[in-house]
Design a binder for this molecule. Structure first.
Ligand code: UZR
Ligand code: MG
Length: 233
């Protein structure tokens, strides 16, 4: 890290939130509602955008990939981008096309903001990423509610066949949830029941506003700031 980087790092009063939870739990809604309510510029990073680029496979092969396994994601790139944003540098965020199961050719330039919300089933999975987060949230919604929402989204909004959605749920979504997603609940600071409930969102928003309203730099006492201070010593 150069001196300038370091100064920038110290002066950016950023606050990074990770929002994990099963498919259909309401993560995106929580993330959007927080972003819309907090009154600060918020950068949302959907981890779906960091699925590995599988454009070298054909469509049938891509449909066979297990998208609920951690190996489906490009963790190095996500780590790199999160670090850049936290250091006050812009990123070129990849974009993902769910219909074609592939990364699109266009990326989107994302400018650093005071609040960063990382959202996805595995937002709390990676050790290094977890360390970069100031607040770790797990959205816990019953599996029956989640599968109903998933069916609605995939069949109604994404035009998939009901049978395929059910098969995928039983073959990969459910077992991977139990193996990789659910266990990250124990790494959360806060567990939110039933997705975007009003009180939970209000509390998150208040927390973000309090953190950003106070003194910043090394005075901010969050896990990430503490890790950063230890690293810099
Ligand atoms: P959320 N997913 C797809 O269905 N197709 C893709 O090309 C890429 C991902 C699904 C993924 C996971 N799994 O359950 C879900 N499958 O997107 C995560 N199978 O997104 O958290 O919004 O439900
Ligand atoms: Mg979502």
């Amino acid at each position: 890290m150069t001196n300038t980087d370091q100064q920038r790092t110290m002066s950016i009063p950023s606050f990074a939130i990770g929002i994990a939870g099963g498919t259909g739990a309401g993560k995106t809604t929580v993330a959007r509602t927080v972003a819309d309510t907090v009154g600060e510029a918020v950068t949302r990073i959907p981890i779906d955008n960091y699925y590995e680029d599988l454009s070298h496979l054909d469509r049938a092969e891509r449909a066979d990939v297990n998208y609920d396994h951690p190996d489906a994601f490009e963790w190095d790139l996500l780590r790199e981008h999160l670090e850049s944003l936290l250091m006050g540098q812009p990123i070129e965020m990849p974009q993902y096309d769910f219909e074609r199961h592939t990364r699109t050719d266009d990326s989107v330039r994302v400018e650093p903001t005071d609040v960063i919300v990382l959202e996805g089933i595995l937002a709390l999975h990676d050790d290094e990423i977890r360390e970069l987060l100031d607040l770790r949230v797990y959205v816990m919604t019953d599996a029956d509610v989640r599968i109903l929402r998933r069916i609605e989204r995939d069949v109604v909004e994404r035009g998939r066949e009901l049978e395929g959605v059910i098969d995928q749920y039983l073959e990969t979504v459910k077992p991977m949830h139990e193996r990789f997603v659910e266990p990250t609940k124990k790494d959360a600071d806060v567990i939110i029941p039933e997705g975007a409930n009003r009180m939970a969102v209000d509390l998150l928003v208040e927390k973000v506003q309090a953190e950003l309203g106070g003194e910043h730099g090394d005075a901010v006492d969050t896990p990430r700031e503490r890790a950063r201070a230890e690293r810099d010593e």
